[in-house]
Design a protein around this ligand. Structure first.
Ligand SMILES: C[S@@+](CC[C@H](N)C(=O)[O-])C[C@H]1O[C@@H](n2cnc3c(N)ncnc32)[C@H](O)[C@@H]1O
Length: 443
């Protein structure tokens, strides 16, 4: 019943999306000190005094407790002092914004996955099996609603979706840019055909569309699908979908936002470009550090780490940051070793096993000893760095919502009906939002 109600929905409203994007942009910009830099340089960046004081006192465990408290998972205490207030207010606003963005997502019973036990003759990991099973359900519903059994799977990779869904379709055309991967499809099923090509360039998109129609036949409604379409691929699909009336729906789950390279995809919506982001804000939210943070693990997953795991992370992160600052101070060049010696137990040795430092014949033992001393001098900062990293994770979902809502607005402004659904178990598959667009109202 609840699900039927949601099916009758009319899709996202452009002004609701714009309002949330505007608030997100403002909050993210206000807290740019948290994420405008590459994480390994964290020892060299300026942290506002009030936050430095607060986070040095709280450390990672205090930040974690405050996050749980703000989420109502442990009992509320009155803020004891200025530092408590600063952190509590940040978390309160962050949670409000996350809730506003989440309210635009339709969550349905589709999330209940009873397919993990499904016997599918393939060597898929449990994660991939979960993803293709859940996506297949969404596709079944969309194919029914749009009266089609023809799909185009863009960026099909090893063809996992084809293995699970080809029996439910008259035809799946699998588009993939990697030649070696395309060869793996041979003999998969008579209903699967492969087209090699790279989406994203206008002329190539036209060629690919022609090939697709030749394989499926003229005049038939087609669904466009993509599972974990990394970087520029999701915006490329959105453009193809918007400009090609033969495609009646599109369902895409994006990933690897940090691989978005084309300027026209940062942001993709011209309304976001002209009305929501000024150029500083655009460079921040679509800069490399923010895009990388947007596709990191979720805050929920981090909250489940044990104290011991957190301590190892703190040391790992601290030593890596110290190494960056150490090389920077001494103008030392570093190169990743081709062959890493594994198995070192201490943090300094692990880094020295991974990197070769300096050009020419620098004495690596001397460097190791200098670096050990440098770590001794800076290690009192490590708890602060790890507390900053914890706060960064509070922004991960906000950045991901921003990127996703920008994409929604592009499609809405192209006259399409748009909805967002969380279709995977986020613990198993962190990139779990399906962007679904339709060309006409559902029946
Ligand atoms: C992250 S993988 C996902 C593969 C598959 N859909 C899955 O979930 O197992 C992305 C795939 O898209 C392909 N790809 C990336 N950019 C592409 C483009 N512009 N056009 C076509 N394929 C592309 C890559 O070669 C890769 O196989």
């Amino acid at each position: 019943m609840e699900e039927q109600e949601q099916e009758k929905g009319i899709g996202l409203d452009g002004s609701d999306v714009t309002a949330v994007l505007t608030e997100l942009a403002r909050f993210l910009f206000e807290h740019k000190w948290l994420f405008h830099f590459s994480n390994v340089t964290i020892l060299m960046v300026e942290i506002p005094d009030c936050w430095r004081r607060c986070l040095a006192k709280k450390k990672t465990s205090g930040v974690r407790e405050a996050i749980l408290k703000a989420a109502g998972r442990v009992s509320q205490k009155c803020p004891a002092d200025e530092d408590d207030r600063l952190l509590d207010e940040f978390l309160l606003r962050r949670n409000e914004l996350a809730a506003k963005a989440r309210s635009l997502l339709a969550c349905t019973r589709l999330l209940q996955d009873d397919d993990r036990q499904t016997k599918i003759p393939t060597r898929m990991t449990p994660k991939k099996l979960h993803e293709v099973s859940m996506l297949a359900r969404v596709l079944s519903r969309l194919c029914d609603q749009h009266c089609t059994s023809h799909l185009v799977d863009v960026g099909c990779g090893l063809g996992h979706l084809e293995r699970v869904f080809s029996r439910s379709c008259d035809k799946i055309v699998a588009v993939e840019c990697d030649e070696a991967t395309c060869g793996r499809f041979l003999g998969l099923s008579s209903s699967v055909e492969v087209v090699q090509g790279r989406l994203g360039d206008e002329a190539e998109d036209r060629r690919l569309a022609k090939e697709i129609f030749a394989r499926i036949g003229e005049g038939k409604p087609i669904g466009l699908v993509g599972l974990h379409c990394c970087g520029d691929l999701t915006p490329a699909m959105m453009r193809l979908f918007s400009s090609t009336p033969e495609f009646s729906f599109m369902a895409v789950v994006a990933c690897c936002y940090h691989k978005v390279q084309k300027d026209r995809n940062k942001p993709v919506s011209s309304r976001v470009q002209s009305e929501i982001l000024n150029s500083d804000c655009k460079n921040l939210i679509y800069g490399p550090s923010a895009l990388r943070l947007a596709c990191q693990e979720s805050l929920d997953k981090w909250l489940k780490l044990t104290d011991q795991e957190l301590e190892v992370r703190e040391k790992d992160f601290g030593h890596r940051a110290a190494f960056e600052a150490f090389c920077h101070d001494r103008r030392l060049v570093k190169r990743k070793r081709k062959r890493r010696q594994r198995g070192s137990s201490d943090f300094v040795a692990k880094i020295m096993d991974t990197y070769e430092v300096g050009e020419g014949q620098l004495d690596q033992d001397q460097i190791k000893s200098d670096f050990t001393e440098y770590c001794r001098q800076t290690e009192s900062e490590f708890p602060l760095l790890s507390a900053v990293a914890a706060l960064q994770l509070c922004l991960q979902s906000l950045l991901e919502y921003f990127i996703t809502l920008d994409r929604c607005l592009f499609l809405i402004d192209n006259g399409l009906r748009v909805e967002l659904r969380e279709i995977f178990d986020v613990g198993l598959s962190p990139r779990n939002i399906a962007l679904i667009a339709s060309r006409f109202q559902h029946r």
